[in-house]
Write a protein that binds this ligand. Structure first.
Ligand SMILES: Cc1cc2nc3c(=O)[nH]c(=O)nc-3n(C[C@H](O)[C@H](O)[C@H](O)COP(=O)(O)OP(=O)(O)OC[C@H]3O[C@@H](n4cnc5c(N)ncnc54)[C@H](O)[C@@H]3O)c2cc1C
Length: 344
């Protein structure tokens, strides 16, 4: 990892294995091992090593904690990791190195919501958590998802209550829309023959891994978007066997539509963003571009039903939000910045 330390993290990262070991041993002044850098950095490093032919037998990297800590310590600190490797991979992580590799981990981007209430553009529909907003920017740091859930789950709950309290009548659902969704679901079961939902899921997974993966180029993304178009036709003809009760194949088939929409949105947004930032790496547009700080990529449905993608300039932050946006990490940690933020 010492060969993959980005310039901005160099002052705080150990640049020799010895220094990393010293940090583990608690030696004062030793800097953090670069393996603890943000996951986009580590993921790109693993990918580069694999591509250079230095990967582990299963196409990842070796993560060795066994030679650094004793078995009792590992079992106490990482009980579920120990258990999972033992049960699922028959690897004892207290005795040998494990093979690890980067994969899809988190969605950074999501359904647009009102910042105060979490209500979406659909009245009465609220979103929070990983599906909403994309409040972590281009790089979610470890642990921040769970705090996001607590904070924005509370806001969404309060927002939903306030919305209901304001209603004078119970909302009425549109019967035609309900029938159309119902027919969409049952046609998957009723058609004589069609595509296997699990096979289509695998195809989608391969396509996204190949074309919209950790490191992207415009050309690969364009090919991916084209392939998604072709896959859409197959998804429209998906067939689930059996009845509607306890039928995971049917659920898989229904979920495919949402997976397709999400995949297309991710691929198109990645194609539009001509820079590299956080976990979004474009090797044809290296480095962060200041220009892109001004924009969000906004996706919605055009009148003809197609997916519309556009760059939207967002209002510049003001007051304490601007202070926080432009602050250095040390200033934030010292509490010097953001002190003027409201209490709640
Ligand atoms: C391997 C891994 C490790 C992680 N580690 C951390 C960590 O250490 N710290 C951290 O902060 N974050 C971590 N995260 C991220 C964090 O776990 C997730 O972002 C978070 O759990 C998302 O919560 P959520 O409630 O928004 O969504 P989810 O937990 O995904 O909940 C969505 C729920 O909706 C259900 N659902 C989906 N479709 C339908 C439907 N049609 N009808 C009804 N129900 C439906 C799903 O079954 C699911 O239960 C990790 C993620 C992964 C994958």
């Amino acid at each position: 990892m010492v060969d993959y330390i980005p310039e901005r993290f160099a002052p705080e990262s150990a640049d020799t294995e010895q220094e990393a070991q010293d940090w583990l041993d608690g030696k004062p002044g030793a800097r953090r091992p670069p393996e603890l850098l943000t996951r986009d950095v580590v993921a790109r490093a693993i990918k580069a090593e694999v591509e250079a032919g230095r990967g582990s037998p299963k196409g990842g990297a070796f993560l060795d904690i066994a030679s650094r800590r004793d078995a009792a310590f590992i079992k106490r600190k990482l009980p579920s990791m120990y258990h999972q490797f033992k049960e699922l991979a028959e690897v004892d992580i207290t005795a040998e190195a494990m093979q690890v590799g980067p994969t899809l981990h988190y969605f950074m981007g999501g359904i647009r919501v009102n910042a105060e209430t979490q209500m979406t553009k659909v009245p009465g529909l609220f979103a929070c958590g990983e599906c909403a907003a994309g409040l972590h920017g281009a790089n979610r740091l470890g642990g921040n998802s769970l705090s996001d859930l607590i904070v924005f789950g509370k806001l969404a709950g309060d927002g939903a209550k306030a919305y209901i309290d304001e209603l004078s009548n119970s909302p009425k659902a549109d019967d035609d829309q309900i029938k159309s969704i119902f027919r969409g679901g049952t046609s998957v079961l009723n058609r004589e023959s069609g595509e296997n939902p699990y096979v289509l899921h695998d195809e989608l997974q391969d396509l996204m891994g190949q074309h919209v993966g950790i490191v992207r180029t415009g050309e690969e993304l364009e090919q991916g978007i084209e392939k998604l178009g072709a896959l859409k036709a197959k998804v429209a003809n998906v067939k689930a066997h059996g009845a509607s009760q306890y039928n995971p194949g049917w659920h898989e088939a229904i979920a495919l539509n949402s997976l397709m929409i999400t995949s297309e949105a991710v691929a198109k947004a990645a194609h539009m963003r001509e820079e590299s930032r956080g976990a979004h790496t474009r090797i044809d547009f290296e480095g962060e571009r200041d220009e892109w700080l001004k924009y969000n990529v906004v996706i919605d449905r055009a009148d003809d039903g197609s997916m519309r993608v556009r760059k939207e300039e967002r209002p510049a932050p003001t007051g304490y939000l601007e202070e926080i946006a432009r602050a250095k990490i040390d200033d934030l940690e010292s509490g010097k910045v953001g002190a003027s933020a409201p209490e709640d």
